[in-house]
Design a binder for this molecule. Sequence first.
Ligand SMILES: [Zn+2]
Length: 246
Amino acid sequence: MTSTLPNDNIKNFDEQITNKLISEIIRDRIKSKGVRFSANDNIADFINPGELEILEKEVASRIRDLLKSLIIDIDNDHNTLETAERVSKMYLNEVFKGRYYEQPKVTSFPNDKNLDEIYTVGPISVRSACSHHLVPILGECWIGIKPGNKVIGLSKFARVADWVFSRPHIQEEAVMILADEIEKLCEPKGLGIIVKAQHYCMKWRGVKEPNTSMINSVVRGDFRHDISLKQEFFELVKQQSSNNNY
Ligand SMILES: [Zn+2]
């Protein structure tokens, strides 16, 4: 009797004997499917169980090289002894987890009562980093919905926003990606998103403007076509701004 290995096992075996770095293996997998892997893309589908831990070790060794190139004595400076490991863990599992982890589970429910009044959720804290300098972008986000056929729980908006923003971004694209994900989840008749954020590449370096923020928005569906609905969305968000503690 002949036994055949499942395709995935054969592939993994081939990959193991090539002696490639885990990042190369994952990158090759993505490229073979012709999929984009920009800084603000999620690549969780291409990472097998257990590989993220191996990737964490590879990234740590690269950060160690970076620190060495910055001529920091990581062998004797007790403050930076384990910085490489900490930074690697932080990138893969915290600040950029939206690239390496799957979307949090979001259950949607049928809109049985045919709700069609708009509502807004916010402010939701958003934390990201700019793709250009990898320094923080910190801000708030408001989401407005005119329900369609499906509804999701309010807390889910915060979870999805966190997942989308936990990647290197430029703010304009982050808002579009979040809008795409929310449209997929609840198919609203109208959708509006506003993000207000401070960019540390402007605060910490460059022009060093500590109080400048960037606000951008996206409106889709009925929010785009119906001016009064769009105004109602912006009016509701104004009332929800973080200065009002009620
Ligand atoms: Zn920047």
